[in-house]
Ligand binder design. Structure first.
Ligand code: NAI
Length: 287
């Protein structure tokens, strides 16, 4: 698989490249960034690991969109990250034009690719990238609440000993109106589950306050999505929801044929929470 990463010289983009190469999930990676020199340096640094993982992957960097030609997948991590105290939605003004311009250029240079948005606010920007690219909705998707789901499962395991394969998800906006969806095979006190969820909801900001950003957990979550694209799987991605006309975190069937909402029934209460997320994201798209 040839993967392009736009914003590839940044913390998330370069860590995604490193992770994909270590896990041998890409044959070729092109790191595109407005900082061409740094993109080249990150590519060289990752290339130097190849003998250690016995890989023949090609890794290049630069700021030339022709480097994206032939990409099966383009991941967009370009744009400003949050600062301590900032909500993801506050980034939409600054990141919208960046992501729209990138989506248009990706559509010209890699017209057959799938477009995977990571830049925040991810649900809002996935919608704008879909419009700007002109791609069918199943070829554009966002990281959505998959990272939150990975965090939730990590913390449920640590706090309550819940098995990693148990059905525990986060759906909705990758932001303040996200909500948990538990389908666990044994019963745990609801109050404890909600305490763990509450920790997850605020966990990214704790990391940002301590080290200035998050990139290891996002990069591994992104690599797991790439794995699912290659071999088929299900993840809670920012997926096009026909009845809302926007993208929101929902369990999705993932493959190189496209990302589509999976059959998954929500309770009445969960549907109401999804509706609330749809209102928040819908308003942010219109503004
Ligand atoms: P960063 O500042 O380290 O990297 C951003 C990179 O984008 C920089 O290298 C910059 O030169 C590049 N860039 C900016 N405008 C560009 C353009 N027009 N064309 C090409 N390159 C451009 O930021 P970091 O920490 O890597 O975060 C990137 C984004 O990912 C942020 O919006 C952040 O909020 C988001 N993020 C999303 C997550 C999610 O779960 N959806 C998780 C973690 C981060």
């Amino acid at each position: 698989m040839k993967v392009g990463i736009v914003g590839g010289a940044g913390r998330v983009g370069s860590t995604v490249c490193y992770t994909l190469v270590l896990l041998r999930q890409a044959d070729e990676v092109y790191l595109l960034d407005m900082n061409a020199e740094r993109a080249k340096g990150e590519a060289m640094d990752v290339m130097h690991t190849l003998s250690a993982v016995e890989s023949d992957a090609e890794v290049h960097g630069g700021s030339d969109y022709s480097g994206l030609e032939g990409c099966d997948l383009v991941i967009v991590t370009a744009g400003a990250p949050r600062k301590p105290g900032m909500s993801r939605l506050e980034l939409r003004g600054i990141n919208r034009s960046i992501v729209c311009e990138i989506a248009e250029r990706v559509a010209r240079h890699a017209p057959e690719s799938m477009l995977f948005i990571v830049t925040n606010p991810v649900d809002v920007l996935t919608y704008h990238a879909w419009k700007a690219s002109g791609f069918p909705s199943e070829r554009v998707f966002g990281l959505g609440t998959y990272l939150d789901t990975v965090r939730l499962r990590s913390m449920l395991r640590k706090e309550l000993g819940v098995g990693y394969q148990e059905e525990a998800y986060i759906f909705g906006e990758h932001g303040d109106s996200m909500f948990p969806v538990f389908r666990l095979s044994s019963s745990y006190p609801r109050q404890r589950l909600m305490q763990v969820y509450e920790e997850v909801r605020t966990s990214a900001m704790k990391v940002i306050s301590s080290k200035g950003g998050t990139w290891f957990a996002p990069a591994l979550a992104i690599a797991k999505v790439v794995e699912a694209l290659g071999s088929g799987g299900k993840c809670t991605l920012s997926t096009y929801l026909e009845e809302h006309g926007i993208y929101l975190g929902y369990l999705a069937e993932v493959s190189m044929r496209g990302v589509r909402r999976a059959e998954f029934e929500l309770t009445q209460e969960e549907q109401e929470m999804l509706q609330r997320s749809a209102q928040v994201v819908g308003r942010a798209i219109e503004e």
